[in-house]
Design a protein around this ligand. Structure first.
Ligand code: HEC
Length: 304
């Protein structure tokens, strides 16, 4: 089944065009709008549109397991946006979310003083910043993710950097996500220069590049494949994938960052994942987050 998706991947790859200096985000905006249109069309009526979007799904799945009529903001819920079967269990767990203590622990980390008397509040006076990362640092010409910014805050204050995927890093990010959600913040990624545009294009290229002997790309599963079943999971859509992290996964029995989840997916492609703070990972996240621009922050969340 996946090989069949792979063949159609190339068809959907978004075109690159040259732009003038004033609108560095023009291509990204085109990509984002095209993506919204694609997913709204795909989930408008899966049973009716099976030939276009769901050629490998069963009648029963299309009729009873996939929600229809989804609109832009609905996609922030990952695969629970359409996954009728999984939603009841999801909502049950959400009533007593296992990450509640982590939000409090994250708040404590935020307020804790470093050895030099400063704290995270010195670097991030406003904790409702979940939607502003990654951003492109014009001085150093690089993408800065929230994880990288947190570690820069630590090291510039004489503290040791944290691991990027779990532990304190995920805990502090859970607090930022929660505060951002409460303040009704949206993803608000900016592309303001030719260098930033290049970083975005690099991330996009990574997303669409086929890897491994199965020739899978992120897009194979999370664009063309979104809504289809892989083993006992339904594939989520790229749109809205960055709005709700970090997540508490039942499989992890704990919290993990977006980088942790993505590393798992790259391994599933049969590849060695790029380091969580590498240029590749940062640029990939920049592209993915831009695609979710304008969507509400909705984290932390839970996943299987
Ligand atoms: C073989 C199919 C496959 C490929 C290829 C793949 N993934 Fe995934 N991915 C999954 C499955 C299955 C899940 C769990 C169900 C879900 O939420 O989509 C998942 C989950 C995710 C999630 C979490 C979504 C959420 O809401 O919790 C992110 C983010 C993600 N993948 C990113 C990527 C990126 C980036 C790539 C490319 C480097 C990639 N994936 C490649 C199958 C794939």
């Amino acid at each position: 089944m996946l090989l069949k998706f792979a063949k159609t991947t190339a068809l959907l790859a978004l075109t690159v065009c040259s732009l003038n200096a004033a609108d560095f985000n023009a291509q990204a905006e085109k990509d984002r709008i095209a993506l919204i249109k694609y997913f709204e069309a795909k989930f408008e009526d899966p049973e009716k549109n099976r030939n276009t979007f769901f050629p490998y799904s069963t009648d029963n799945e299309l009729k009873n397991s996939i929600a229809k009529g989804l609109k832009h903001q609905d996609f922030a819920k990952g695969n629970y946006a359409f996954n009728i079967d999984g939603k009841a269990q999801y909502e049950e767990i959400k009533e007593m979310p296992p990450y509640e203590d982590a939000i409090e622990a994250g708040e404590a980390l935020y307020g804790k003083t470093f050895k030099n008397g400063k704290s995270f509040a010195s670097c991030f006076p406003d904790p409702t910043i979940g939607g502003n990362y990654p951003y492109f640092d014009e001085k150093n010409k690089e993408v800065v993710t929230l994880g990288v910014a947190i570690n820069e805050c630590l090291t510039s204050n004489g503290e040791k950097a944290w691991k990027m995927k779990k532990g304190n890093m995920a805990t502090l990010q859970a607090y930022f996500a929660y505060e951002s959600m409460e303040a009704e913040k949206e993803i608000a990624i900016k592309i303001g220069s030719a260098d930033a545009q290049e970083a975005y294009e690099n991330g996009k290229k990574y997303y669409y590049s086929q890897r491994g002997y199965l020739k899978l790309s992120c897009a194979t599963c999370h664009i063309q494949g979104a809504g289809q079943r892989v083993r006992n999971e339904k594939l989520s859509q790229l749109l809205g994938q960055t709005t709700h992290f970090p997540v508490h996964r039942l499989k992890w029995d704990g919290l993990g960052t977006l980088e942790r989840r993505m590393a798992g997916c790259v391994k599933d492609e049969g590849q060695v994942p790029p380091k969580a703070d590498s240029k590749e990972m940062r640029e990939l996240l920049y592209f993915m987050a831009y695609m979710s621009n304008g969507m509400k922050i909705d984290g932390p969340d839970i996943r299987k």
